[in-house]
Structure formats: C-alpha cells, structure tokens
Write a protein that binds this ligand. Structure first.
Ligand code: G6P
Length: 611
C-alpha cells in the first residue's frame, strides 16, 4: 500500500527520498512523487508508474542535487481516483507553499471538499487526500504544527501524513491516526517513514508514533505532542534488522531470497524457545503464568491472507496437541460480527506487518471485550504488537516480497510452540512433549532438504506453467497448507488456483475437472494419506493431471500421479512446513516461467492498511 518517506538534514534530500521510495516499492504502488523545500522554494515532481520514472524526472531538476536538504515522498496505491500524475502525492495548496503526503482514507472528504470549494479553494486531483493540504493552508497562521493539528482535527477516517512548507525549510510535520508512521533518528538528520525498511540505510534508532501523535521533525530534534497537544517523550527503539537484510543480495527476487532464508528464519523463531528436557516451550513474551494458561478455555485466532492460513494450521495444533477448542476468523469478520468473547478466551491476532487494518480492529475489539490477547507479529513495535500488549515475535527479519513465505513458516512454527506450551500445561506428558520438541527442532533441516530440490521443482513447474486453472487439495493440517499453496500461485502468477479440503472435491469442484485442470494433491505420509490416494484416483478418472507432494520413497504415490515433489518424512504437525516450502517454490517457478513481476504483483499490497 502507499508508502511515505521524509528527510530533513544536511545532505541532498532527493537521492535519499528516491532510495527510500525504492525500499518501499515492495508494498505495491502505481505512482510516485516527491516534494522538496529549500529556502522559499517548493518543488513537486510526480510520475505514474515506477520510482525509476520519477528518478528520471528528477534528473530534469539539477538544482535539487546539492542544497535542498528537506523533503517528503510517496508511493501511491490508488483508492480514490485513478492512478495518474495528478492524483499521485504529494498534493500542494494553490500557491505551492504547502505539500502533504498521506496514507489512509479520509472518510469525510466529500463534505470537506464541498466546504473548501465553497470558500474558493480549487482542487487538482480526485483524491480524498488533497483536502488535507487545503485545510492546512486555511488554518495556517505562521505555525505549521498548529495548522496541521487544526487540519487533522477535522478529518474522520485514517491518516499517516507528512507535511512540508516553503515557509519552513528544514521542518517536516507528521501526524498519525490509524496508519503507521515511524521517526528515524540520525546524526544531524531525522527521517519519517511509514515503514522501517525505508529508514534502515540511515538509522536503526526509531520512535513509533501513536495514534493522535503529531511531530515537528527538524535536523537537530523532534518536538512530539500527543492527541491532547501535550508534549510527550516516546521510547527510542533499536531495530535489529540491518539494511542488507532488506536487500536482494544475489537472488533475482526477494521472494526467492525469502524462501531460501526459511531454514534460518524458522530456526530464529524457535531459538531459545524449546526446553528439550522438560518437553516444553518457553515463550516469555506471552506473559501468562501456568495458572493463567490452565484457565484458557477457548482460543480465537484472527488474521488475513497467509496469516489467516497459518492460524488455520494453528487450529489443528491447539485442538490436537492441547485439547483447546479453537476457531479461526477472518479478521474483518471478527471485527464486525460481534464475536463471543468469554473471560477465558485467548485471542491470537496474527500479522506479519502488525499493521493490517482489519487485524488491528480485531485486536481492539478483543481488548475492548476483555479477552486475553497475545499477538504473533514479525515487525517489532508495530501497531498490533503494541496494542495487544503481549505476544510472540517471529524474528523472521524484513519480509519484502508481497507474497508471504518466511513469515508464514515462522507463524506456523510459533503456533506449534504455543500449542506445545499449552499442551504441556494440560494433557501432554513430559515424554510426549520432548518428542514433539525434538521434531520441532528438526524443522529447519527438513526445510533445507526441500530447498535442495529446487531444480527438480523448477522442472516440474515448467511442465505446468501453461495451465490456467489449478486445484490444491489436502486434509488435516495440510488442508490450510493447500489453501496457502493456492494463494501463492494466484498472487504471483495470476493463475486461477483454488484450495479445497480433499473431501470437499466431490461436493462441486470435481465437476470442473478434466485434462485442463491440474490438481496438486498433498499426499504426505501422515494420517489421511489413504484417503488422499482415493481422491487422486477420482481426479485421474476425470483425466486431470495430478502433481503430488509425497513423503520421500513413496512409490505408490509416484505410480499414481504424473509428477511428485518429495518432502522428507515427518509427523503431521511438522508436515505443513516442508510442504509449504515446496508449494512456494512451485508457485515461484511457474510465475518465473510465465514472466510475471514476482515481488510486486499487480493490484496487491504487502500491507493492507485500509479496510
Ligand atoms: C496482504 C499481503 C499478504 C498477507 C496479508 C496479511 O494481503 O499481500 O501476503 O498475508 O496482507 O498481512 P499481515 O501483515 O497482517 O500478515
């Protein structure tokens, strides 16, 4: 979704802003722009398309090279108004004295626009955002912070904004409600961004803004006010990701790099969190005593996209390992349908970014209803991590590819640790716990073994790259894994792919099967395999090509199917991990074969920060 970067310091701002925008590209966008302020000047440059086009356009302004050291920039993902240079941010007032960039949605923009137009303000764009700059111009009486505060008081909806003015070179004002903003603290320079990955090359010291916060950012300091305009100090957080972690290295795409990182990222998710001897997990961030744990009578998991699929795997874990009744909710459903939260319900919001609007709303609903809330997030200090109050971090490092891979496997690994902890707290014996702990410890190695077969998977994917419809089927924990596999293929290759419970195939989808509809059957050697073999026969009887994922050495599956991706033997609890990795590679190689733009698929955003 839209990205914001702002810089004020003593270096030329344009190259820093362009570099920041490049680091935000992964969020998905359709146009980009920047505004630079020097002494009494404001230059606005906007382009449709990629940041590279904006960079070319900036080359036409050589005067920006040296002495313009303050500016704001934006990548826009269209919501109100088509992708165009006029609708791209920044938006300026009529006299080009103020410029703003905005993430979020101004819900009352129609009324505000009508009110401003009546007063003679002219609008250039059809965006909801442009009202903000005119409101600032209207409220301005010499103090940019106060004018911005007066403007945002009139907005309903969500915003993360950054504002500059030719009357205040060196100053950026930022304000947040419902759309993330983080200040980067440098040496003699400061930055503002919607996402820490844009800050990493210049600093790892950051301050997360809270909803209602407004900040005046200058090269030598920050003036921060809370929602009641009271000066506040906020904690300075240190980011342990480095800039290299957010770069592609030798990989052609972030997605492939992140797929290959999984042995380490799953290792990071479990490191220090397993007690093999006691057969238990140690999750300090949960902040729940054994007594609190014993009182949990129900678990509700909320998330979107891949995070929801990970939650669905978790549902099997909590019920099977810990014997706790669990349900998974699409986060938007959770927020709107008045969920039943009892005193001992544990709500687990899952979000890689920690900024997904629907999942944030689900957290607020759960907290407001008095649930125990424990978040699973990857981004440290993100809104969900902070508002949930307690949780378990994934430690997967920055995930840049829009299609989630390593965050999914880390979420699954952490859910398994949580299930082990809750299981040991109730019905699991020490030896059963130790056995599971040892299996979890093996997961990174099993993933490594799947990655070692990347070339074989590539060859299989090539044979299927021309098909336009796929079915993915699985049972047990491999049912949500099938959903996730199908999602990967849709996201990056634009191929129609549907995940189904294998038993559901006969209840409709089988009507579609013929030689043009390949079926990916998850036939690992875990309980349910025999039934999947039956489903494979049904597919073949309709002449559908079948690719199976099967356990190494399974000749029966090999003979039954057209192609097999072999994964190492493991229990049903671990199976989603190597299997998901195999499906990620399959989807990736199909997308490569079809020439798709893998890291920034059309229409998708990494983090969906609006409803
Ligand atoms: C978007 C992304 C998905 C992601 C989902 C949830 O749709 O494209 O990859 O799974 O949001 O994101 P979250 O950050 O909450 O896990």
């Amino acid at each position: 979704m839209c990205g914001i970067i702002g810089y004020t310091g003593h270096s030329a701002a344009a190259p820093i802003l362009l570099d920041g925008l490049r680091r935000l590209e992964y969020r998905g966008y359709d146009s980009a722009g920047l505004a630079l302020v020097g002494a009494g000047t404001l230059t606005e440059i906007k382009e449709v398309g990629k940041v590279a086009r904006l960079e070319e356009a900036c080359a036409g302004f050589p005067e920006l090279e040296n002495d313009v050291c303050c500016g704001i920039a934006h990548t826009r993902w269209a919501t109100h108004g088509v992708p165009s240079a006029v609708n791209a941010h920044p938006h300026c007032d009529e006299k080009y004295e103020f410029a703003i960039v905005h993430n979020g949605i101004v819900e009352n923009h129609h009324e505000l626009r009508a009110h401003l137009e009546k007063k003679g303000y002219h609008f250039r764009s059809s965006t909801d955002s442009e009202v903000i700059v005119h409101l600032i111009a209207e409220a301005y009486e010499g103090d940019l912070l106060s004018a911005t505060a007066a403007a945002v008081r009139q907005l309903s909806g969500t915003y993360g904004i950054a504002v500059v003015s030719s009357r205040h070179p060196g100053l950026i004002v930022a304000a947040r409600k419902g759309s993330p903003l983080v200040i980067g603290l440098g040496e003699g320079e400061n930055l503002i961004a919607s996402d820490i990955s844009a800050l990493l090359p210049r600093t790892r010291k950051v301050i997360y803004l809270n909803d209602g916060d407004i900040a005046a950012i200058r090269p030598d300091g920050i003036d921060l006010r809370d929602v009641s305009n009271v000066p506040v100090e906020r904690e300075v957080a240190k980011i342990d990701w480095d800039a290299a972690a957010a770069e592609k290295g030798n990989f052609p795409h972030f997605m492939l790099k992140e797929i290959f990182e999984q042995p380490e990222t799953v290792e990071n998710a479990i490191r220090g969190r397993l007690n093999l001897e006691m057969g238990n997990a140690v999750l300090n961030g949960l902040e729940l005593s054994p007594r609190d744990l014993a009182q949990i009578s129900r678990i509700v998991i909320a998330g979107c996209g891949s995070s929801m699929h990970a939650g669905m795997v978790g549902e099997y874990y909590f019920e099977d390992i810990a014997g706790i009744s669990t349900s998974v909710e699409q986060a938007a459903e959770f927020r709107y349908r008045n969920p039943i939260i009892e005193p001992n319900t544990l709500v687990i919001p899952i979000s890689q970014s920690g900024e997904t609007a629907d999942t944030i709303a689900a957290v607020r609903e759960a907290v407001g209803k008095g649930a125990l809330v424990t978040a699973l997030c990857n981004v440290v200090g993100s809104t969900i991590a902070r508002e949930a109050g307690r949780g378990v971090y994934l430690h997967a490092g920055p995930e840049i590819s829009v299609a989630s891979t390593k965050a999914f496997s880390s979420q699954v690994a952490v859910l398994l640790l949580m299930a082990l902890l809750l299981g040991r707290n109730r019905r699991l014996s020490r030896s059963e716990g130790s056995e599971l702990a040892r299996e979890i410890e093996q997961a990174p190695e099993l993933i490594r073994q799947v990655l070692a077969q990347a070339e074989t998977i590539r060859a299989i994917a090539k044979r299927y790259a021309a098909f336009d419809d796929f079915f993915y089927i699985g049972r047990g924990c491999l049912y949500p894994t099938a959903l996730e596999g199908a999602l990967k293929l849709k996201e990056i290759s634009y191929v129609h792919a549907e995940g189904y419970h294998a038993a559901e195939l006969k209840h409709g989808p089988i009507a579609l099967l013929d030689e043009r509809h390949p079926v990916l059957a998850l036939a690992n050697d875990i309980p349910g395999r025999e039934k999947i073999l039956g489903n494979i026969q049904e597919c073949r009887a309709r002449r559908a090509p079948v690719v199976a994922v099967a356990t190494v050495g399974d000749r029966e599956v090999e003979q039954l199917t057209d192609d097999v991706i072999f994964v190492p033997a493991c229990s049903r609890f671990i199976a989603p991990l190597p299997t998901a990795v195999a499906l990620q590679l399959f989807a990736y190689f199909i997308a490569v074969e079809r020439g798709c733009e893998i890291d920034q698929p059309r229409n998708l955003a990494k983090s969906v920060t609006v409803e």
